[in-house]
Design a protein around this ligand. Structure first.
Ligand code: ZN
Length: 121
């Protein structure tokens, strides 16, 4: 049961990492401002932002403009969720678990920012 909880929490934090990966290089706030489609600019509803699940239900397309949503979003969410789960299995609920989760998520964030930057240039 705890493993499921850790995995879901990892997915949710992964979703926040996506926000950081997209907004930090653009010097936008990661706290203020609703999430929107990068193509049509329309604000997303909460049910369009359920990690991994929304992507599958929407078949990887925006609800409004049907524009493709990058596979990067569910990939980052899933990667973060599965990593947290593995770390929980290794360390159990401990200080090391919390520290390693923070470090790994931070590294994923930087890594995907670099990948995105490399793709754009
Ligand atoms: Zn759209």
């Amino acid at each position: 049961m705890m493993n499921v909880l850790v995995f879901v929490l990892g997915l949710v934090v992964g979703s926040f990492l996506n926000v950081c990966i997209y907004r930090v290089p653009r010097k936008e706030s990661v706290v203020v401002g609703a999430s929107h489609c990068t193509r049509c600019g329309r604000n997303l509803k909460w049910y369009d932002m359920v990690p991994v699940l929304s992507y599958i239900l929407l078949k990887g397309r925006c609800r409004f403009c049907k524009g493709r949503i990058s596979l990067r979003y569910p990939a980052v969410e899933f990667l973060n969720g599965i990593t947290w789960l593995i770390l929980h299995i290794i360390f159990g609920l401990s200080v090391w678990f919390v520290i390693s989760c923070i470090v790994v998520s931070f590294i994923y964030c930087i890594l995907f920012m670099c990948i995105l930057k490399a793709q754009q240039s």
